[in-house]
Design a protein around this ligand. Structure first.
Ligand code: GDP
Length: 444
């Protein structure tokens, strides 16, 4: 599981809040210590961790109580939002040239997956309907040129190669000329990777960059290298000026430090991520999905969101008054069940994301089905019947009519009426008003 260790490290933070009623300055001390430790163990850089912990703490203490939401769930929500922010908020799209070919220059140290990414990126863009060409610029490793030619064949994209005796900037010039002649939409240039940054490498890159005037300069970094990846992005940006990063090997047991640090440390976004060795394994970097995966709590997030929304939407006081005076009727019933159903479909969306969501599709289908049945019956009720459920409890004739008009059985109608009264009782009990809360027996 990606970031498994980070996920379980954070879990211990939520667990420390079980049994608490509100978030306070005092009771978040321990959970925040866990969060700090989990992030440091995930190899997130220290200044980033410090700032993160401070931001989360401030918000946690200031957050209001939401009816029905536990403090640990609220903290999960705050951490999730801050994680998304940390990773840049929105997805950062690739930029394309307005006229002429879009040029993407790839840089990176040896072994990070740069050659593989070149071909993956060509395939990714091809799928978006763009014609591509690759330029083989790793003149120090003949094997790298061969590899790119092979991968190019595999994804059916032409590769411009000029051997190892030509300077990279000259290869770039010739390649670009060829691309313009062929009228391709996107040119992707793979450059030499060294084992470490050296002066020659940077100078060559600068030359290539001047020659190509690229739309995107992307540094390929390996997720396994943690905060070191973020430091590299910073260095390359200062030295040659880049537009973003591509994070590879996110499928391995990387700890999360790179994904969480790159944007904050370097100011440059991660634009794409590699998640496997297959050519198809390249995708945009979605900060919100990444945060969701790290937390592994899709259901909690959507629940808190929905509770916030429901609280905003409904007039809470009005509902409370209705419950106190036992006026909770079929109209309210419908509103409530629909709110719950919306939560259901929300968790289905989140449930599609691997490792998220604990609501099973079967449960959701079941809930949606019974909502449809209830709606059908409530729809054929008269306004008076909706407001005075007693009318239905007292009259088998009315229940029979509703059954006939809605195409349901009389038993289903009786169930619905009983359910409403049970709900009234449950709510009255919740509000601490015990008297008068009995479920009437339906007269036959
Ligand atoms: P380069 O030296 O930077 O050009 O690196 P290569 O493209 O030759 O890749 C080095 C190794 O990493 C190869 O074995 C690739 O299959 C592997 N690799 C590249 N990207 C990924 C990735 O996203 N996930 C995994 N698991 N392996 C990758």
């Amino acid at each position: 599981e990606m970031f498994g260790q980070l996920t379980s490290g954070l879990e211990s933070a939520w667990n420390k809040l079980k049994g608490e009623e509100v978030l306070t300055k005092e009771n978040i001390v321990e959970p925040m210590r866990d969060i700090r430790r989990a992030l440091l163990e995930a190899d997130v850089s220290l200044p980033v961790v410090r700032r993160f912990v401070q931001d989360v703490s401030e918000q946690a203490v200031g957050v209001g109580v939401i009816r029905g939401v536990r403090p640990d769930q609220q903290l999960v929500k705050i951490v999730s939002e801050e994680l998304v922010k940390l990773m840049g908020g929105e997805v950062s799209e690739l930029t394309f040239a307005k006229s002429g070919p879009t040029v993407i220059l790839l840089a990176g140290l040896q072994g990070v997956g740069k050659t593989t990414v070149s071909a993956k990126l060509a395939l990714y863009l091809k799928k978006q309907g763009k014609s591509c060409m690759l330029i083989a610029g790793d003149v120090y490793r003949p094997a790298a040129i061969d590899q790119l030619v092979i991968l190019g064949k595999q994804v059916d994209v032409p590769v411009y190669a000029a051997g190892t005796d030509v300077k990279p900037a000259e290869i770039a010039r010739q390649g670009l000329q060829e691309a313009k002649k062929k009228n391709v939409d996107v040119v992707i240039m793979d450059t030499a990777g060294r084992l470490q940054i050296d002066k020659t490498m940077m100078e060559e890159l600068k030359d290539v960059k001047r020659t190509l005037n690229p739309t995107e300069v992307l540094l390929v970094v390996d997720a396994m290298t943690g905060q070191e990846a973020a430091a590299l992005v910073t260095t390359f940006n200062v030295e040659i000026g880049i537009t973003g990063a591509i994070l590879t090997k996110l499928d391995g047991d990387s700890r999360g430090g790179a994904a969480l640090s790159v944007k904050e440390v370097s100011g440059k976004p991660i634009k794409l991520v590699g998640r496997g060795e297959r050519m198809e394994d390249l995708e945009p970097f979605y900060p919100d999905r990444m945060a969701g995966r790290i937390l592994g709590m899709g259901d909690v997030l959507s629940f808190v969101e929905k509770a916030q929304e429901v609280m905003r939407q409904e007039d809470a006081e009005d509902l409370q008054k209705k419950i106190m005076s036992a006026k909770f009727d079929f109209n309210d019933f419908l509103k409530q069940t629909r709110a719950v159903a919306r939560m259901g479909s929300m968790s289905r969306v989140l449930g599609m994301i691997p490792g998220m969501g604990k609501v099973t599709p079967a449960q959701i289908r079941e809930a949606e089905k019974s909502l449809l049945i209830m709606e059908a019956m409530i729809e054929v009720m008269t306004p008076e019947e909706r407001e005075k459920p007693e009318l239905l409890a007292e009259s088998p004739a009315r229940r029979k009519r509703i059954a006939q008009e809605s195409g349901k059985t009389e038993q289903q109608v009786s169930q619905l009426v009983a359910q409403l009264f049970q709900m009234r009782v449950r709510m009255k009990n919740l509000m601490g008003v015990m008297e008068g809360g009995s479920v009437p027996a339906l007269s036959n």
